[in-house]
Design a protein around this ligand. Structure first.
Ligand code: SF4
Length: 333
């Protein structure tokens, strides 16, 4: 496999409040490669979105990156550690929305209701090019056509509230691609959409990825979306990666009890009619009451004494497949 475009190494992002410290991201590492999709999956509150915000350097206060590296191979061939750049400096502003495009869950909160979608799209293009006003408008219409907006030359003058949820999300994707990024971060891009529109948006992301050789980081709580889209998977729980590997290994040979629980909670067409969907026992602990030892131990059906005391180290299971669980750690067992 070619060198990664973006490498995250041992990233820790904490929120320090009067009540205590929330370790939102607590030591995650992964690579993004051109033409491949990395799926990051876990329940809400597991650190997926804070990982994305850390890469983009938009973590809200009192959160901050306390350690780790985020190495980006830039368009000019140089490599930069994003954690060392000033959050609002020129470099970071040109990387955010420029070299790294973003799509969020709720386009209504990301698109302005006071400006036409065309004006917002043209502004996104203008920030990263020196084209004339007319050429920018033509490019905006081309982008709208590319993401499947019908009658783009007319729709460009619409406001976001005049569009359906699916069309708004297509506009967001057009904006994310306006600066021709090589990396696309999509944070729950289809969660707010109905099933049919969700499938169309996922198809669109896949098609654009192939056409543009994009490295995609797809954040979702939905293992069904992971199965459909991801090449590689990171499973996160309470800020920690508990298992990561190629998608086939994660689905056909999962090792971590949390991954297995997530997989059991996917609806199956093979299930008995009216059979109940498995749920993960217990709930995610309060952020200030993080359990000692393995963070999953209060909910784990396979826990034993060592799990309550010792944090499990990552164990290599197979090629590019690792898990952090004492069941596979001979020394701890
Ligand atoms: Fe369960 Fe122990 Fe493995 Fe944690 S380390 S997932 S508690 S078996």
């Amino acid at each position: 496999m070619a060198d990664p475009i973006l490498s995250v190494r041992d990233l820790h992002t904490y929120f320090v409040a009067d009540e205590g410290v929330v370790r939102a991201v607590d030591g995650t590492s992964f690579d993004l490669h051109s033409g491949r999709t990395l799926g990051i999956v876990g329940e809400s509150g597991c650190g997926k979105s804070v990982t994305a915000k850390s890469i983009l350097r938009i973590v809200e206060r009192p959160g901050r990156i306390v350690s780790g590296q985020i190495m980006l191979r830039r368009q000019n061939g140089s490599t930069v550690d994003l954690t060392t750049l000033p959050t609002d400096g020129r470099d970071m502003r040109s990387i955010r929305g420029g070299e790294i495009g973003l799509v969020f869950q709720e386009p209504m909160s990301s698109l302005s209701a006071f400006h036409t979608i065309g004006n917002q799209l043209m502004e996104a293009i203008r920030l990263h090019t020196n084209l004339s006003k007319r050429a920018i408008r033509e490019q905006a219409i081309e982008l709208l056509a590319m993401v499947g907006i019908p009658r783009p030359a007319q729709r460009i003058d619409s406001y976001s509230f005049e569009l359906s949820g699916g069309l708004r999300q297509r506009v967001m994707i057009a904006m994310a691609l306006a600066a021709e990024p090589r990396v696309l971060i999509a944070d729950e891009p289809t969660t707010a959409l109905d099933v049919t529109t969700q499938a169309q948006i996922l198809d669109l992301i896949r098609r654009l990825q192939q056409e543009r050789d994009l490295a995609v980081m797809l954040i979702t709580h939905d293992m069904g979306v992971i199965a459909e889209m991801a090449d590689d998977v990171v499973v996160m729980y309470l800020g920690k990666e508990v298992e990561k590997g190629p998608v086939d290994d994660i689905f056909h040979a999962p090792r971590h009890p949390y991954t297995k629980s997530l997989l059991r909670s996917i609806p199956s067409v093979l299930a008995e009619p009216r059979s109940r969907l498995a749920t993960i026992t217990g709930s995610i602990p309060h952020p200030f009451a993080r359990p000692g030892g393995c963070p999953f131990h209060p909910r784990c059906p396979d826990r034993h004494a060592v799990c309550e005391i010792t944090v499990p180290a990552e164990v290599v299971i197979g090629e590019n497949h690792v898990t952090a669980c004492h069941l596979y750690n001979k020394v701890a067992a």
